[in-house]
Design a protein around this ligand. Sequence first.
Ligand code: NAP
Length: 304
Amino acid sequence: MQHFPHIELSNRLKIPILGLGTSHHGGYSHDAVVYALQQCGIRHVDTAKRYGCEEALGKSIAESQVPRDDLWITTKLWPGDYGYQSAKEACRASRERLGVEYLDLYLMHWPDCAVPGRSNRDVRAETWRALEELYDEGLCRSVGVSNFLIPHLEELKEDGSVMPHVNQVEFHPFQQPWQLVEFCRSEGVAFEGYCPLAKGQALDHPLIVELAQKYRCSASQICIRWSIQNQIITIPKSTKPDRILENCQVFGFQLEDTDMAAMSALHDGRHVFGFTLAEEDMESIGRLHVDKKLIHLSYPLWNG
Ligand SMILES: NC(=O)c1ccc[n+]([C@@H]2O[C@H](COP(=O)([O-])OP(=O)(O)OC[C@H]3O[C@@H](n4cnc5c(N)ncnc54)[C@H](OP(=O)(O)O)[C@@H]3O)[C@@H](O)[C@H]2O)c1
């Protein structure tokens, strides 16, 4: 069985560059996850409280009999659980549902908090303090954020003592937030991309179909390979065993530089996820003179 390459985080932990996404949208397949773990060599699985499948994932992991130490499990803290005490309780509940004593990566799911009477920045800082403590206690081997823009990361750098190990953000051929990727890398924050297939929208793009023919592989493999060659941690999701296997077979070929460049030219700013901006964040983004394009990076509708 193949072993996937890793990306080293700032705390020296190694996260497999390719993981399996999960979600409540499109269903959760127990058999597919067991197959991914037992037959495809997948060791990295991404989930979230919000996806409603942590308990099911715990059962799939147990049935796979893959040793816990060989796995990388990421889950996420939902904004409804932000705050010092509630974040700690939510982490314990997620660990219980997953049937694990520790998480490999725990992410704050969105930057928007929507706690009445409190600023988003304050709530994020207080929540982050809880994650830092969970990290210190070893209950989370690494901690990070998701959908954070440069201003959110700059604030967290001022407010916290540990920089996030990872920022998980929408990333695919139509959505390439390079300014954020470079910022994260300059701050030692590993960049992880979600929706690497643009939820399937990238799979019939003429260039991607042409490259699939050239490299004798599938359009999905082209998208995943392109993320990996960009050193982006990536988590394609499928509920179908044959597709999961296909999505893992991306280490036996290399895209040529000209094809990498052609893929990079596909960015059109498109999001495959709903999003909105809190007024306060609009103000802070304006104050920090961030490239307006970045505002549209990935700001999902937190309660959507
Ligand atoms: N942090 C965040 O805010 C956030 C937001 C969104 C997603 N995520 C994470 O990122 C993961 C991936 O994102 P995503 O599921 O939204 O999008 P995606 O991985 O870009 O696309 C998934 C879609 O592509 C299909 N698919 C997968 N492999 C295929 C293949 N080889 N050929 C044809 N179709 C294929 C899947 O259908 P089937 O299942 O029917 O195969 C599904 O409809 C999620 O599962 C989640 O873990 C995180």
